[in-house]
Design a protein around this ligand. Structure first.
Ligand SMILES: Cc1cc2nc3c(=O)[nH]c(=O)nc-3n(C[C@H](O)[C@H](O)[C@H](O)COP(=O)(O)O)c2cc1C
Length: 284
């Protein structure tokens, strides 16, 4: 029996994300238990950047629901994620969870390498902006194995399945969850290191992959773009060892902070008194 966690980034019940991830799960050719997690149901607070989740008991100081989500991820054999596009990117619920990613680096052994499918849903074809990158980034930072990540379109709740092609997509994604990831398609050139489709152009033929953050070149071979990208020596998630090394690097920040504490304090102190902070008024 496979344990599958479906994560919906949408607060809409039932919306396109919810039915899409359930349709993918229905098509997984295994006996399974499906647990569902709607991110908007959970109290998730913004990361404070204190790094304490990486030290001692490896617990975040924020008293919210983050470890319920980590426990659900640890329980799962595989993850299906569906997230709506809001204003040209994956919606804020996904980023709120992603920003707590330091908590995940403290538990690499429980989370590494789970097969995952990521689906972005936008209302208007082509108007998804950076949604797919946001989803792939989530899959990678959550230390999952990316089997597929793609966009589908549908605006009204349920509309995604007014297009029968999206039912076929759901079926193909379900079948793909426990299969090896496919070879990249030549018509959709991607980063040879991490599989992302999003690059920044740095001038000339120089490019940077926006997911694994490595640099390289783009050239045309018989009219088809070909990316050549080299690792930087500090990769965040390409292999489990990269993730473990990155965790050590993060832990090492404490030593760096202590060694530079006085100089850092001097820099920040010089700005302490500028301006007046506007604070929220208590609600009536
Ligand atoms: C606040 C908001 C912003 C949106 N921004 C976009 C957008 O930038 N591009 C787009 O194509 N669709 C946009 N949409 C449409 C949603 O992506 C679409 O309705 C999707 O199906 C929502 O998924 P759900 O039904 O699971 O909530 C937006 C919807 C909302 C509510």
């Amino acid at each position: 029996m496979k344990k599958i966690l479906g994560i919906s980034g949408s607060p809409r019940k039932p919306g396109n994300c919810e039915i899409m991830l359930k349709a993918v799960a229905r098509n997984v050719p295994e006996e399974l238990e499906l647990r569902l997690l709607r991110l908007a149901d959970f109290d998730l607070r913004p990361c404070k950047g204190c790094y304490r989740c990486l030290f001692k008991e490896k617990r975040c100081i924020l008293k919210d629901d983050i470890y319920q989500i980590i426990d659900a991820l640890a329980w799962a054999d595989a993850i299906i994620l569906a997230v709506p596009t809001y204003f040209l990117g994956a919606n804020a619920m996904l980023k709120l969870l992603l920003d707590r990613g330091l908590c995940f680096y403290g538990h690499i052994e429980k989370l590494w390498g789970k097969p995952s499918i990521g689906i972005g849903i936008a209302g208007i074809a082509g108007k998804e902006g950076s949604t797919l990158l946001g989803i792939e980034r989530f899959q990678r930072v959550m230390l999952a194995d990316v089997k597929r990540a793609l966009m589908v379109y549908g605006a009204l709740p349920g509309e995604v399945f007014m297009n029968p092609e999206n039912r076929d997509t759901a079926a193909a994604l379900g079948r793909a969850l426990f299969q090896p990831a496919p070879a990249p398609a030549p018509e959709e050139p991607d980063c040879p290191l991490c599989g992302s489709h999003t690059f920044r152009f740095l001038g000339g033929n120089q490019v940077r992959c926006m997911l694994c953050s490595n640099d390289g070149t783009i050239d045309l071979a018989a009219g088809t773009p070909v990316f050549t990208i080299a690792g930087s020596g500090h990769d965040l998630f390409l292999k489990e060892d990269d993730a473990l090394e990155h965790e050590n690097w993060l832990v090492g920040m404490k030593e760096r902070y202590l060694a530079n504490k006085e100089a850092l304090k001097k820099i920040t102190k010089a700005y302490r008194k500028d301006g007046t902070w506007i604070k929220p008024e208590p609600q009536a």
